[in-house]
Design a protein around this ligand. Structure first.
Ligand code: BGC
Length: 577
């Protein structure tokens, strides 16, 4: 593999830019979906720079089918006058989660609980490989938000409320994804969402953060600085406003802080339909380099920017800066020499070796909050174990949003193991399943009760959002699962599946053992390995844990992080046997 030096890449970028027309430049700045009706035509006629895959029709039935679709689009791009290859981007945020059959890792909140940077790096390497195997060279990950507010529906996409921990794991993640970028097994990473996504007042997705400039600097910028230091290829702008100014149009934070102060030389990519939603040419002038010009935005974007240049409201130097950043990454990735995915990688998707790493991550991410009378580890010879709750028997429910679908799935998906399957595999006695307490198993020696949140992503996960009736507590139904069994005098081990800490003070009180497993991904049997004591617990809370819903009021408004509030458990808490 030949790697060009920085200086050589800069020369190539300059030389190519020289040859480009304005239309070709604006084309490079455009990202579209692969299944749009005229996608192929747009690649050649509108000189598209990048393709995105997220929710929506899959590019094919098999991994090779996905590759084939992208190879076709790539050939189109290469057939244009200048033959500039496409970037193929995907929301692979816990493994290549858009491809059913890929290895799905715990979401970042769980990785935060592991605190294990080597593991996070390895996970990113595997995600890069499985993403390449399905035809991508760019992932929209890691999310390096510092969530201040559990009401935010994206808490689980971020590592931790601790800036230091986030910084450490960001470094590992960027390193793991990108490695030596020209290696066809790695992908370009994206630090997102710049900046303040997790710090909005009341945890509203796309809301306003009233954090001061000093507060932003102190709490939120460090992970970006680290990502840039590790040469992250892209940074995605955030939906939120900062003190009323849209982040997409925030020139001082994007251009002065990120690009100038931090010396970021990669691509600032907009978020979904960023151009039409957040100020059109203002966002280009603020420093956004590539636009998700999806769902009908393409024409408006391309024409609008062209008009902007022609009327001198966008400087040509701004366009050149954007295009240079995009070309630079394409050269760094070696796409001009190696534009196509490697078909031999297909055989690596979801292999045992990858799943073993995911299972290790599951074990290390689980945080033990209570273990009364040493009920754990559970004896494998226990005569009768009843496993309760729909979350125990569904790999979809245990995995959360951004799994197979954007908003996740409640169904089992290919290649995954459920928590129940894992318990059955490891137990030597009788294991029965009671989806909801039926009275049939009140003779059990122990009840393992799996409760928690149903999958969500983005806006749909915000507590208080009009789309849902979510609360910071368990549903009454789930509370009753625990109550019913404990009232019968049966010892209970509660397994909480959730994307954030929930207010479960009473349920912790009622149960004998209580563990937080976050959103664990495809390897549900990691839970059994730790319940039965094959491994000890090592997970530590990546967030302070609320005692009551009231408690967190102070954390939510402009006065978040009210120091007078004592959480039930502090950041970093976690028991062992
Ligand atoms: C999300 C991003 C994601 C993008 C592309 C947006 O709605 O905020 O995190 O990368 O969609 O799917």
């Amino acid at each position: 593999m030949k790697v060009s030096s920085k200086a050589q890449i800069e020369q190539k970028v300059e030389a190519l830019l020289e040859l480009m027309t304005l239309e070709e430049k604006i084309g490079q700045m455009s990202q579209i979906r692969h299944f749009e009706e005229s996608a192929d035509k747009h690649v050649t006629e509108k000189f598209i720079g990048s393709i995105i895959h997220t929710q929506g029709p899959n590019p094919g039935k098999t991994a090779l089918g996905w590759q084939k679709r992208f190879i076709k689009l790539q050939k189109k791009a290469l057939s244009t006058r200048l033959g500039i290859p496409l970037l193929f981007a995907v929301d692979a945020v816990h493994g290549q989660n858009t491809f059913e059959g890929a290895t799905i890792f715990p979401h970042n909140v769980g990785l935060g609980a592991t605190g294990n940077e080597n593991l996070v790096q390895e996970i990113a390497e595997i995600t890069a490989l499985e993403s390449q195997a399905t035809g991508f060279n760019w992932v929209f990950s890691p999310c390096v938000a510092i969530p201040f507010n559990e009401k935010w529906g994206r808490v689980y996409e971020a590592f931790s409320e601790s800036t230091e921990l986030t910084e450490k794991l960001t470094r590992a993640s960027v390193k793991g994804h990108q490695g030596n970028l020209a290696d066809p097994k790695t992908v370009m990473a994206t630090a997102k969402h710049f900046v303040g996504d997790g710090a909005t007042d009341f945890g509203v997705e796309g809301g306003n953060t009233s954090l001061s400039r000093a507060g932003i600097k102190e709490r939120l910028l460090a992970p970006y600085r680290m990502a840039v230091k590790e040469n992250v290829g892209a940074v995605m702008a955030s939906f939120n406003t900062v003190s009323g100014i849209s982040m997409h149009a925030h020139k001082s934070l994007i251009t002065d802080v990120l690009k100038a102060d931090m010396n970021f030389d990669g691509i600032v990519v907009s978020d979904w339909k960023g151009y039409s939603r957040f100020g059109k040419n203002d966002i280009i002038n603020a420093g956004i380099d590539m636009i998700m010009a999806v769902d009908g935005d393409l024409e408006d974007f391309q024409k609008g920017v062209k008009r902007g240049v022609e009327t001198d409201t966008i400087a040509m130097s701004r366009i050149d800066d954007a295009v240079k950043r995009i070309l630079r990454q394409k050269f760094r990735l070696g796409l001009f020499e190696n534009p196509f995915p490697d078909s031999t990688l297909v055989s690596k998707i979801g292999i045992k070796k990858h799943r073993n790493v995911a299972r290790q991550a599951v074990r290390e991410s689980i945080v033990l909050l209570k273990n009364k009378n040493k009920v754990l580890p559970l004896d494998k010879e226990t005569k009768k174990i009843v496993v309760v709750g729909e979350h125990a028997n569904s790999s979809g429910l245990q995995s959360g949003g951004w799994t197979v679908n954007w908003q996740g799935t409640k169904e089992n998906y290919k290649g995954a193991t459920t928590i129940l399957e894992g318990i059955k595999k490891h137990a030597k006695g009788n294991v029965v399943y009671d989806k909801e307490p039926t009275q049939n198993h009140f003779d059990a020696d122990i009840a393992i009760i799996v409760v928690g949140e149903t999958p969500y992503a983005e806006f749909f996960g915000d507590i208080g959002h009009e789309s849902n009736t979510r609360k910071l507590t368990l549903t009454e139904e789930h509370q009753n699962y625990i109550k019913t069994y404990s009232e019968k005098g049966i010892k209970t081990i509660v397994v909480l599946v959730s994307g954030r800490p929930l207010v479960v003070t009473d349920q912790i009180e009622t149960s004998d053992a209580f563990m937080a497993t976050w959103l664990l991904g495809s390897e549900g049997d990691g839970v059994a390995e730790i319940i039965f004591g094959d491994f000890n617990f090592s997970g530590k809370l990546p967030h302070s844990w609320p005692k009551s819903e009231e408690d967190y009021k102070g954390k939510y408004g402009p006065n978040f992080w009210d120091k007078t509030i004592q959480p039930l458990y502090p950041l970093g808490y976690g028991l062992k046997y």
